[in-house]
Ligand binder design. Structure first.
Ligand SMILES: C[S@@+](CC[C@H](N)C(=O)[O-])C[C@H]1O[C@@H](n2cnc3c(N)ncnc32)[C@H](O)[C@@H]1O
Length: 261
């Protein structure tokens, strides 16, 4: 398996943002690895213009707004946008919610207006990932970064096999869209190579790749629900293995951070 080009950029403007507090990790343990990557990406910098495409109910957008960033959520779902507004109101922050989709991002967001674009759990659903990725990149300023989180094809092969659904596991392994069968609710899953190629093909340089929920979805919930110390240990294990290619190969999701030069 070839590694994508990972080039840390010390001069990236995203590196100098106000830091993400630890409570974002503890509040969203399933997304701890993503917050760790975002924390590093936006550390020590003043208010940024952030666009969360498919931001849904604001799981990332609201904590980022709480840090003082100017956050816009673009999502096709009016219900999600209504929940986002409620959530932002309860937190006492303003998040701009706009109805729209990834491919048509420039209909609702000005070109080259964002320092950071988030696209988490969305590329699995879009009609065609390539033009969607181009739209995300077009919304970024030069020097800005894109944060992509997407379902890992390998993980569903493992999950179906563990469930005893061996034929479905083999189907997901062979299917170009990484689906386990016609009843699979997800339209598409990705390999790391596919995601890296998608972002480099859109003109970005991949800076970091992390595996998200490598172990969390394999551990019975009762283990961590009943023991807070075990939950913390699990988080630490996820963090310790997230950037290792051997472990992230089986993570439920892949997180890529990529820069626009
Ligand atoms: C799995 S949720 C992820 C929500 C959020 N990004 C997160 O990580 O918690 C997927 C979101 O993508 C939105 N969505 C679906 N199709 C989309 C599209 N073509 N463009 C943008 N967002 C889309 C859905 O409305 C939903 O809010």
């Amino acid at each position: 398996m070839s590694e994508p080009a990972v080039r840390p950029r010390a001069d990236s403007p995203i590196r100098r943002v106000g830091s993400v507090p630890d409570r974002t990790t503890t509040r969203l343990p399933r997304a701890g690895v993503v917050w760790d990557a975002l924390r590093e990406a936006i550390a020590d910098r003043g208010p940024l213009d952030i666009v969360d495409v498919g931001g849904g109910t604001g799981g990332f957008a609201v904590p980022l707004a709480e840090l003082g960033h100017r956050v816009t959520v673009v999502d096709p779902s009016p219900d999600a946008l209504a929940s986002l507004e409620r959530r932002a109101g309860e937190s006492g922050v303003r998040v701009r919610g706009v109805q729209g989709d990834a491919a048509g991002l420039l209909d609702v967001v000005a070109p080259e207006s964002a320092d950071l674009v988030l696209c988490h759990g969305v590329l699995e659903h879009v009609d065609d990932p390539a033009p969607a990725a181009l739209s995300l990149v077009a919304a970024l300023r030069s020097g800005g970064s894109l944060s992509v989180l997407a379902a890992n094809r390998n993980a569903i092969v493992l999950a179906r096999a563990i469930a005893g659904r061996f034929a479905e596991a083999r189907h997901a392994l062979a299917d170009p869209a990484g689906r386990w069968g016609p009843a699979d609710p997800l339209p598409r899953r990705f390999t790391e190579e596919q995601l890296a190629a998608l972002l480099t093909g859109a003109g970005l340089t991949v800076r970091a790749v992390h595996g998200v929920r490598t172990f969390t979805d394999l551990v019975p919930g009762a283990v961590t629900d009943s023991e807070p110390a075990a939950a913390q240990e699990l988080l630490a294990l996820e963090a310790a293995t997230s950037d290792r290619a051997d472990f992230r190969a089986l993570a439920t999701q892949l997180h890529l951070l990529a820069d626009k030069v």
